[in-house]
Design a protein around this ligand. Structure first.
Ligand SMILES: C=C1C[C@]23C[C@H]1CC[C@H]2[C@@]12CCC[C@@](C)(C(=O)O1)[C@H]2[C@@H]3C(=O)O
Ligand SMILES: O=C(O)CCC(=O)C(=O)O
Ligand SMILES: [Fe+2]
Length: 349
């Protein structure tokens, strides 16, 4: 198991959110991460994560295989309008380009999921990442109207439209994933066997400003996502790396995005639901010296009050369930506090 033990701390850190990274000329100590514990990168490797077309007749097998090996893959043929993705990026860039004081009007408040600031996982670390984020768990209107009192509808309309599109796509992909394990709609008690799978939808935007010394900073520390699946729009700027962990020599692979594709990550709650058959993928984001980078992950999880444990059909007679059941909120709390050890804490002896 990969760890970032150099930074293990026992308190929850409160970071100063008020720093405007776009004006920082030097990577100071608080931004300097010594990632000496981590596996090497793939500078010369030509390896790529699986690319799967949603219209492929063999889709179920291909998705199933990708989830049991990499835990991450790219999808093409997903049908999300290019124009909508462009508008998402435009509005995201418009938000992050605002002066820091204006963005802070939407600052995430203690205990809230939504809002502007550093990634929640940062509370585990002393250091600061070279990025800023904006989380929208519900409608962004309340936050956006603080930022742009007279002019927030355009931002909100795009975010709502994109979220709706993502929710439908996430539901479709999750059914394909589960059907590869011969799980059918009746096996999920919390969802009506209707077309769309019921669940929580969280849209998040990341911004990685240009960095004077990318070798000392990290955009997003290595982590697995917590929910069922993530649909990531990584934009056309390089930076995302995933850990290839299904062979003896774990190593980082840079994601070379097929134009137009979206990236699907298996998250920890799906890892739990499938009793470990699908593995949540460890990934990180690097920063660039010459240009900033935008990315937008959409997190799809279970309905708020649903307990998620391994599906009975997937627990073997000899092994039984590997994890105890948990609700999404509790899991997000564990993740903030224990980082990559959160999943281990739920392991049954
Ligand atoms: C629905 C989610 C998923 C969250 C928490 C909450 C909103 C923000 C998401 C992220 C985004 C950045 C990485 C991460 C690790 C983080 O710190 O914040 C993610 C986290 C998780 O997957 O645990
Ligand atoms: O920026 C990226 O490509 C990855 C971001 C990410 O992993 C996340 O927000 O969870
Ligand atoms: Fe992630």
């Amino acid at each position: 198991m990969v760890s970032v033990s150099g930074f293990r701390t026992h308190t929850t850190h409160v970071h100063d959110n008020n720093q405007d990274l776009s004006s920082v000329q030097e990577v100071s100590d608080s931004f300097t991460w010594l990632l000496d514990d981590l596996p090497p990168g793939d500078s010369s490797s030509v390896e790529t994560i699986p690319v799967i077309d949603l219209t492929d007749p063999d889709i179920v097998n291909r998705i199933g295989h990708a989830c049991q090996t990499w835990g991450v893959f790219q999808i093409t043929g997903h049908g999300v309008p290019v124009g909508l993705i462009d508008r998402l990026e435009l509005q995201g860039r418009r938000f992050f380009s605002l002066p820091i004081d204006q963005k802070l009007k939407a600052a995430r408040r203690p205990g809230d999921l939504s809002g502007y600031g550093q990634a929640p996982i940062l509370s585990y670390f002393e250091k600061v990442m070279w990025s800023e984020g904006f989380t929208m768990a519900e409608s962004p209107a309340n936050l956006a109207c603080q930022v742009w009192p007279d002019d927030y509808t355009e931002f909100c309309d795009v975010m709502e439209e994109y979220k709706k599109e993502m929710k439908a796509l996430a539901s479709k992909i999750m059914w394909l994933m589960l059907s590869s394990l011969v799980i059918c709609k009746e096996d999920l008690e919390w969802s009506e066997p209707t077309e769309e799978l019921d669940g929580s939808a969280v849209l998040h935007l990341n911004w990685y400003p240009r960095c004077p010394d990318p070798s000392r900073a990290i955009g997003m520390v290595p982590h697995t996502d917590s929910t069922f699946i993530t649909i990531l729009y990584p934009s056309s700027t390089a930076g995302l790396q995933v850990l290839q962990a299904h062979t003896a020599q774990a190593h980082w692979v840079s994601v070379d995005r097929v134009p137009g594709s979206l990236i699907i990550n298996v998250g920890d709650l799906l890892h739990i639901l499938t009793n470990g058959r699908f593995r949540s993928s460890l990934h990180q984001a690097l920063v660039n010296q010459d240009k900033p980078r935008f990315s937008a992950p959409f997190f799809f999880g279970p309905p708020k009050d649903t307990l998620i444990g391994p599906l009975i059909k997937l627990t073997d007679a000899d092994k039984g369930p590997l994890y105890r059941a948990v609700k999404m909120d509790e899991y997000l709390g564990l993740k903030k506090k224990h980082y990559q050890n959160a999943l281990n804490l739920l392991k049954l002896a």
